[in-house]
Design a protein around this ligand. Structure first.
Ligand SMILES: [Fe+2]
Length: 582
């Protein structure tokens, strides 16, 4: 039984294929069309998933699409009357969406009537919940999804038991933790789609001096029996105008119109424009924003733990990328185990919808756990060789050597330990926005200057954004305050006080690190690399940042070579090949 999941006409368009209950392939369209957060129809992602599964469209039995136009119809109609222009925009997107069958047929140049698959609509947040729970290692768990907006809701929670999910509650438009975070992110001068994580990094540099004001921006009564929060709507505009979103076109990064109102300016002072310097006031506002998010998010999780009696929690939706808040779940709530799959945001909807159909609709039992993130395209040695031969690294300024694995990781670790910057390209590409050791840039965590060096030479990012550590899973507890697994960089834990000066480069200003715990089972070659670095440098940690320069993470060897050549990376490992500048 083959199920194709498609997240189309929404940010992070993606596709996934589930065969007999096991994930075979999953990838975002942005990796192919090279447009960050690309929306539109993910034709290339679908084509890749079919190839990887060795299937044709004709052998797909079910197509699962994570949107249900009929969800919350009453609320939608209520707002459609109040906001006619917003309603018109939504109808336009929905008309595209309901044409997924036609778009699919068009992309593969076949007659739509020849598509034999059954099409299913799965509500946005149900797909989020399914994307986390059905691939988690838990037999039963509480589940929570929180994001900006999808099918007119922002939040949903419930319980997963065996092969079924039960929804216990939800929060509808206009109340949204995601839109709250985005509105203040815009106010602080970060206007691009997906900039929230920058503000999360900035928050650690400030003091949450305006927390009381932020308690008016999001209201949450931790003592009330009902779970949920409300936005102080006077601070926002989206409930009056509708959020202005554009995500119909595949060749563009989505955009979102201004969400904060004049009241926000009156209460917090003038907003920052992107060119202005980031000052103490902005840092403190970012800290207050983050502190209030944590109060509400952790408060809701605490209530969910109480209501369900569960010790395990699965999280999804854009808010689940808040690794700083996630890292505090163990202290702030009764939950003892946390699972966040790597594409917790909207890309993950494609796997969520597909697994929802397999378990909830077809009634199949659980048989799959997502233990690693490597579900994207991989390239065999001849393809890598061809890319190298076609590139200018074959000229005299570079040396190219094919090496056996142990020699390769030993040489690569020595390069890192010398303070050089190494591109590391292996196996299948990561699913989700984090590079997890297959499309990574790796550097020495012991050097305090490494953050600036990386920024100056390759990444060109804001100085307040941290870099992440990858650590051998078995050493986690010796270096971090917690040893709970974080295989997908979804948690930030405090670095042990006595270790902070040993790994200053990926230790954030607040003493935490957004770590990736690496097991030999999940990624043997990356694990070997970190172990070789430990042998050379005495530290079981490398600094890991995504293999890109203000673009989607590289996917093909050609893109890795391009990035290597145009930046000032010192060396590149492509599969079994080590390329160095001479
Ligand atoms: Fe979402």
């Amino acid at each position: 039984m083959n199920i194709l999941g498609i997240n189309a006409y929404h940010g992070n368009a993606s596709a996934a294929i589930v065969c007999d209950g096991r994930l075979v392939a999953a990838v975002e369209e942005e990796r192919f069309n090279r447009v960050k957060y690309a929306a539109g129809f993910p034709a290339q992602a679908i084509r890749y998933c079919l190839e990887e599964a060795r299937l044709t469209l004709a052998s797909i039995h079910h197509v699962a699409v994570p949107r249900n136009p009929y969800a919350r119809l009453g609320t939608k109609l209520f707002y459609a009357i109040r906001m006619p222009s917003f309603a018109r925009g939504r109808v336009k997107v929905l008309s595209k969406f309901t044409g997924v069958r036609e778009a699919l047929a068009r992309a593969f140049d076949i007659d739509p009537t020849k598509l034999r698959a059954t099409f299913h609509r799965v509500e946005h947040h149900l797909a989020h919940l399914a994307s986390a729970y059905f691939v988690s290692p838990f037999e039963d768990a509480a589940v929570l999804s929180a994001d900006g907006l999808g099918d007119f809701a922002s939040t949903m929670w419930g319980t997963g038991e065996g092969g079924s999910l039960r929804v216990d509650g939800s929060i509808a438009f206009p109340h949204s933790l995601g839109l709250y975070y985005t509105a203040v992110t815009q106010y602080l001068g970060f206007l691009k789609f997906g900039d929230e994580y920058k503000v999360m990094g900035l928050a650690s540099y400030g003091q949450s001096e305006q927390l009381d004001e932020f308690r008016k921006i999001v209201r949450f009564d931790g003592c009330s029996k009902k779970n949920g929060f409300r936005l102080g709507l006077a601070y926002f505009t989206h409930h009056r105008t509708g959020p202005e979103m554009s995500w119909a076109e595949a060749d563009k990064t989505p955009t979102l119109g201004r969400l904060y109102s004049e009241q926000m300016l009156r209460r917090l002072g003038p907003s920052r424009s992107p060119e202005e310097p980031v000052e103490a006031r902005h840092r403190n506002l970012a800290a207050s924003l983050q502190a209030r998010l944590e109060e509400v998010y952790l408060g809701m999780l605490k209530k969910l733990a109480g209501a369900t009696g569960q010790k395990s929690i699965c999280l999804a939706g854009g808010v689940a990328f808040n690794c700083v808040a996630n890292g505090k779940i163990f202290e702030a709530t009764p939950f003892e185990r946390v699972y966040v799959q790597p594409a917790a945001g909207d890309a993950g909807l494609s796997i969520g919808a597909a697994f929802y159909v397999w378990h909830q609709i077809l009634g199949q039992p659980r048989s799959f756990v997502m233990e690693h993130a490597y579900w994207g395209p991989g390239f065999a040695k001849p393809q890598i060789q061809k890319a190298i031969d076609a590139s200018s690294v074959r000229q005299s300024n570079y040396s190219v050597a094919e090496l056996p694995e142990l020699e390769l990781v030993r040489r690569a670790a020595a390069i890192i330990a010398e303070g050089k910057i190494l591109g590391w390209f292996q196996g299948r590409a990561e699913w989700g926005p984090r590079a997890l050791g297959n499309r990574s840039i790796v550097a020495d965590p012991r050097r305090p200057e490494m953050k600036d060096v990386l920024n100056k030479r390759i990444k060109h990012r804001e100085i307040f954004r941290p870099f992440a550590p990858s650590i051998l899973a078995e050493n986690t507890g010796e270096w971090f305050a917690r040893s709970d697994p974080s295989p997908f960089m979804s948690m930030a834990y405090p670095v042990r006080l006595e270790k902070r000066d040993k790994i200053p480069a990926p230790t954030h200003v607040d003493g935490t690190g957004r770590l990736q715990t690496v097991t030999r089972e999940a990624n043997p070659r990356y694990w070997e690399l970190i172990r070789a670095f430990r042998d050379a440098a005495g530290v079981p940690v490398v600094l890991n940042t995504s293999f890109n320069d203000n673009e989607p993470i590289v996917c093909r060897p050609e893109e890795a070579l391009d990035c290597f050549l145009r930046t000032q990376m010192d060396a590149l490992v492509l599969g079994d090949f080590l390329i160095t500048r001479t």
